[in-house]
Design a protein around this ligand. Structure first.
Ligand code: ATP
Ligand code: MG
Length: 337
């Protein structure tokens, strides 16, 4: 039987699996099933396209919300299907390192590990998101130097300082990509009296998001339902609109970074001052966010290469350094089903 190591980033927004040199699967964390027969109809990208468009008999579920598992059965099924998609028909019992959101309870962790086992995993390890994010960003976390990461995902933003392969101080806040989208929906409804969908808000954020040089020029367009006439309508929006909509959420992330700084020993704060803050996760792609954080703390903040893939890459890299990781990495024993 061949050996295969897989790294899995089970995120609120995306599930990414890495093997060998790169990502072998990258799908939205969405699953759709037939309510009558309870049969899975689609998962990942295919299911994502059904959001807000499915007939009554189909339930389109995001099994993770705000960094916690809200539908255990569907989360398990999604993980199993994704692993099987990667393994295919090969007779392989992979070793798997998984990263689960910080708010996941011990019972839920056990459930995701069990689903990996039911898909054929031989051994399963769990790793904490900031540790994986730093490894994936190419940071050397084994030396006695402080490193700070801010991972902005879909459900949570996780901030951590590491040194000597362990977490020294960390905090998590439920303000990330999904919260930005909800705030954009609210802002457009309050300001322009137009109700837009979640996916439209996501598109507007990606197209017009800018936290540092937000222009007033109306370069973007959203469509939705007018709250005045009840009819479909289109609306021009600017970067300034998006910036105003999400500033409060971004400032909650800034406050979390500050709280972690306050609990970090001074020597390590000095290291971070020299080395800078690393931004990972999909939220790191928000234009100008690095400059916003740099201005706030007077510490250089840089976006990691391929920030969306950092955690998945880091999970796989953790195999090589697992003996040196002090905390944030554990082997989970589950009996084979
Ligand atoms: N260009 C972009 N600008 C702003 N946000 C973006 C951009 N591209 C992706 N995102 C956001 O990144 C988020 C997904 O990031 P990521 O895949 O790191 O999250 P996750 O790991 O699934 O979530 P979590 O870590 O909270 O469980 C989404 O909310 C998405 O809207
Ligand atoms: Mg993540």
């Amino acid at each position: 039987m061949s050996v295969l190591d897989l790294g899995i980033d089970l995120g609120t927004a995306n599930i990414i699996i890495s093997a060998g040199r790169g990502a072998v699967l990258n799908e939205p964390t969405v699953i759709a099933f037939d309510k009558n027969s309870e049969r899975v109809i689609a998962f990942g990208e295919e299911a994502y396209k059904m959001i807000g468009r499915a007939p009554d008999y189909i339930a389109v579920v995001k099994p993770l919300r705000d960094g916690v598992i809200t539908n255990n059965d569907m989360a398990q099924e999604l993980i199993r299907l994704c692993i099987l998609k990667v393994i295919g028909k090969r007779l392989i019992n992979p070793r798997i390192v998984m990263c689960v959101p910080s708010g996941v309870t011990t019972v839920e962790k056990k459930a995701v590990v069990e689903s990996a086992v039911s898909a054929g995993a031989r051994t399963v390890y769990l790793i904490e998101e900031p540790v994986a994010a730093l490894l994936g960003a190419g940071e050397d976390i084994m030396h006695p130097f402080g490193r700070m990461v801010v991972d902005i995902g879909g459900g949570t933003s996780d901030v951590a300082v590491t040194s000597l392969g362990g977490i020294v101080a960390a905090a998590s806040v439920k303000k990330a990509g999904n919260a930005f989208n909800a705030s954009i929906q609210r802002y457009i409804a309050d300001t322009y009296k137009v109700l837009i969908g979640e996916r439209m808000a996501e598109e507007a954020k990606i197209e017009c998001g800018n936290m540092f040089w937000a222009s007033m020029e109306k370069t973007g367009e959203v469509s939705g339902r007018s709250l005045v006439t009840g009819l479909p309508t289109k609306l021009k929006i600017s970067e300034d609109d998006i910036c105003r909509a999400i500033t409060e959420d971004v400032d909650a992330i800034i406050a979390t970074v500050r709280s972690v700084f306050e609990r970090t020993p001074p020597e390590l704060v000095g290291d971070i001052y020299d080395r800078g803050i690393v931004l990972t996760g999909g939220g790191a792609l928000l234009r100008g966010l690095d400059m916003y954080i740099t201005r706030e703390f007077g510490v250089k903040c840089t976006v990691a290469d391929d920030p969306l893939g950092c955690v998945a890459r880091g999970t796989l890299m953790a195999f090589k350094v697992r003996d040196k990781l002090r905390n944030g990495f554990e082997k989970v024993n589950v009996s084979r089903l």
